[in-house]
Unconditional design. Sequence first.
Length: 278
Amino acid sequence: MSQTPLIIELHTLDLPELAVFTSLTDTRLRAKTEPEQGILIAESPKVIATALDAGYRPISLLMERRQIEGPAKAILERVGEVPVYTGDRALLASLTGYTLTPGGLCAMHRKPLPDAGTICRDARRVAVLENIVDTTNVGAIFRSAAALGVDAVLLTPSCCDPLGRRAIRVSMGTVFQVPWTRLGNDPADWPGPGMALLRRMGFVTAAMALSDDSVSLRDPRLPGIPKLAVLLGSEGDGLSHETIAACDYTVRIPMAHGVDSLNVAAASAVAFWQVWGQ
């Protein structure tokens, strides 16, 4: 973009145009029924740059004065003629959570979610997240997925929003790099219709769960499967019994010292590495 950002000096945060940064919750920012009308907040120059690279359009930015000619300078050269609200650190530090944000905030338009068939057309390895509601875990799973070459992430309808602020922050912006979408919008779309869609797309399914007939993650058959979907369940109950029963494999991570399970984010990294990261 060739236009110059509009630098706006702040003396108060009590302005309606700053509500996107100061008072709107993730739920209000997200227009769930019309995602193209929703808003997300990206934090830090690195994450903002990653979002811009992925085609997300900026609405406005909020940052300290020193950032304008410092770490955020390259970002401001890319955002075009959008408002950049700025003030001294004492003022912005009164905004909850701002002191945890290195380099400012950027409000951006969300994009419509793609069709699962589109992002999985050439995919060989996908992760399916069932009903994971902890945004930290979702962000960490996306970071592992990006690092270890997962082709796409598919979320069940009740899984939390990967574009919430904490999820974006924990993912270090990788939610903008790994293709993802939802397997339907209604809880009734999972597991029956969603599992059927995975089968139609040619995926063999592997449920990460403990059961009497589970196979080890080291099973030599798993890396050789041409199209594999690894399913990961919620933090407390794990995958539903219905989902496990519908999968082709149930897979466990071999563990020592009598430990029977890992946090879902840690388990995802182990599974991604073993199955296709090597």
